[in-house]
Design a binder for this molecule. Structure first.
Ligand SMILES: Cc1ncc(COP(=O)(O)O)c(C=O)c1O
Length: 428
């Protein structure tokens, strides 16, 4: 329930309802944004991204970790403007494919600040990483070690020195999250099981041209409790002493007002650093974390326009986007909240449905909107992670633009896809 001008916590920092009762993000009136740029649109509060990056870095040094590297998991929001902003803030970048590596380099990340991930890295992706001599390749499986050995022997590294690598371990720690975003359990497609990890370490150490730096674990995403992170650090520490520890990402965020609050960036970073130190990963080792959604999810909202409202068993409010701009509710039941951008505080129970030809194309199953009508602008907060990156052209719907807002100025950093863009790859 919204009272006065207070906003639900899922909105970007600095958002407010202005004198006309309209949502402002980054100082920009969202009704005006919708009129100027059309809908659906991803609207990003630029300063919110920046302040989260700074909060992580500052929390690391306040917790006594001189060498904390904050690695943005680019899959969360792989848009050049977002990557450029984080590169300028001094973050590192996690990439999980050749395409993400290309995007990171193109956005200005120095190769030595890039961490390459993937459970099925292709030969060409590994060649690309070696040629650029990225900061770290996170080795996932024995086949990959064989492939790397061969590529290094073929001279792919040139005279660039040994390639630093980490070994990815699944510490058999489960966080309380959806199974589709849980990765630390023994039966995971990612990394080496604890029982195999020592052999993987020895094997990597035997390859000339690879320089083993340490271990990596990412146990899952949208974690609201800090305990699994502590348990993962303790498990990793049983595998030996290394100069680098990468404890992955996974800090949960506020998607709806009703959900439990996630730990703050400061609490999370403090807990990670404390757990690392308690397990012998001293302040002089390099500690890395890989936040994705906790850097970008709450920095953005999506704007839609209501196309139709109908009543049967439920009140169906259908908008001009849906699963083509936010797959998460359909993929793993992610829950969002929605508001009419100039009439917050609604009490009508509605289903916020997308425009796609799927019954499952429902953005918010239990929305409470204030008397929604065709033409209204609807806003869903916390759409800055895994929405843009999972967008599609389903039903021939062009992907939305990304609009950066700061101090009342709005600029398009990704234009809306055109119909022509959708045929640009056709070969006739
Ligand atoms: C290896 C790795 N690191 C970091 C992340 C980022 O996770 P989150 O966005 O939950 O912080 C992911 C997410 O899939 C991942 O697979």
């Amino acid at each position: 329930m919204v009272t006065g001008t207070s906003l639900p916590r899922a909105f970007p920092a600095g958002s407010r309802l202005n004198e006309r009762g309209r949502l402002e993000v980054g100082g920009c009136d969202t009704i005006e944004l919708a009129a100027e740029f059309g809908t659906p649109a991803y609207v990003v509060a630029e300063d919110d991204l920046r302040s989260r990056a700074r909060a992580f870095l500052q929390a690391g040094s306040e917790a006594g970790q001189r060498d904390l590297h904050v690695v943005f998991a680019s899959k969360a929001f792989p848009c050049t403007a977002v990557l450029e902003l984080f590169a300028r803030e001094g973050l590192w970048c996690d990439v999980a494919s050749g395409g993400e590596l290309y995007l990171a380099l193109n956005a200005g990340f120095a190769p030595e600040r890039i961490v390459q991930h993937g459970n099925a890295k292709s030969e060409s992706e590994l060649r690309m990483a070696l040629r650029n001599r990225v900061g770290l390749i996170v080795v996932d499986n024995f086949d990959e070690i064989d492939r790397l050995e061969r590529l290094v022997a073929e001279g792919e590294l040139g005279d660039r020195g040994a390639q630093p690598v980490l070994v990815r371990v699944t510490p058999d720690v489960r966080g309380d999250t959806h199974e589709k975003i849980s990765t630390g359990q023994a039966d995971s497609k990612f990394g080496f099981a604890m029982g195999e990890a020592r052999e993987a370490i020895t094997r990597v150490q035997s390859v000339q041209g690879l320089s083993l730096q340490g271990l990596h674990a990412h146990i899952g995403s949208q974690l609201l409790s800090l305990d699994p992170f502590r348990r993962a650090a303790a498990e990793l520490a049983t595998l030996g002493e290394f100069p680098v520890w990468d404890l992955g990402g996974g800090l949960g965020v506020q998607y709806t007002e009703d959900q439990p609050a996630p730990p703050s960036i400061e609490q999370y970073t403090g807990a990670i650093v404390a757990a690392a130190h308690a397990n012998g990963m001293g302040p002089d080792t390099r500690l890395m974390i890989e936040p994705g959604r906790s850097l970008s999810a709450n920095a953005a909202v999506t704007l839609y326009t209501v196309e139709s409202v109908k009543q049967n068993v439920s009140r169906w409010v259908a908008v001009d986007g849906g699963m083509s701009d936010n797959m998460r509710p359909m993929l793993y039941g992610a829950v969002y909240e929605a508001h009419v951008a100039d009439r917050f505080g609604g009490s009508t129970d509605c289903v916020l449905a997308g425009k796609h030809c799927e019954s499952g194309d429902v953005i918010v199953r239990e929305a409470r909107l204030n008397d929604p009508r065709p033409g209204d602008v609807i806003v869903t907060p916390a759409t800055g992670a895994y929405c843009y990156s999972m967008a599609s052209n389903y039903n021939g719907v062009p992907r939305p633009p990304v609009i950066f807002c700061k101090d009342g100025d709005a600029r398009v950093v990704v234009r809306r896809e055109s119909f022509e863009d959708m045929t640009a790859r056709d070969v006739r």
